[in-house]
Design a protein around this ligand. Sequence first.
Ligand code: SAM
Length: 257
Amino acid sequence: MTEKNTPIMPTEAEFAAAFRTSLALCGLSGIAGSDAAVHDFFRLAEMLLTFNAHTNVTAITDISGLILSHFCDSLTVAAAGVIPEGARAADIGCGGGFPTLPLAIVRPDVTFTAIDSTQKKLRFVGSAAAELGLGNVNPLCVRAEDGAVDPAMRGLFDFVTARAVSALPMLVELCLPYLKVGGTFCAMKGPRGEEELADSANALRLLGGRTERVEKITLSLSDSSEPLERMLIIIKKTASTPDKYPRSYGKIKSRPL
Ligand code: SAM
């Protein structure tokens, strides 16, 4: 493992000013604008950059990139009002903790099972949650398709989310089995989300899902910066998923439903 240079952290006051401006520009001030939340996000940024200097958990290492692409983007899920009060939630392919960690900060009523197959990323998720005193984050190292057939998790969750894991037809096969009937899956996607949704019609029919709505979101820091076009695809589980799904990862990938 090579030691990389740690990007310079701004002071807490500088971070707070930049973070609050970004929240306001993204319409998220009401979600994470309290002093306590801003302090937690400052510490999370510090921990992420420090950890990332020796173990790669994110490719984004500049502060405005972290704020926009990891913090604000994750918080759009909280702003969408799709996570039920007191929910049992799962983040499939959480990587270094996105969207889990930002959501856990602003939704202490919700417990998040943060699933990933890469232990080194989950080590960061666990230590950041512990440092921030987030008792509502449970990191779990398992392949999504294996966890989905574990009777302890299948059909257990009220809410499931995932960002940057796979195309939607594969993602619904990995995620819907975790949901109870009546639960909600929120796929965090980019501008091609609607095409992926069109390609997912058969998978949704077979797995017991129905599209509830699509929310298009533009995240930008200032008029001059390149805006981030994002899309939340919100799917309801309307019927239980047949036992034969998910299939092996090889089949999910080579023959999406
Ligand atoms: N969700 C995080 C984010 O948006 O920053 C991480 C995204 S990263 C590009 C994709 C993550 O999905 C990786 O950490 C990878 O290990 C995980 N992943 C991909 N396929 C998986 C599977 N079948 N089971 C569990 N984790 C998986």
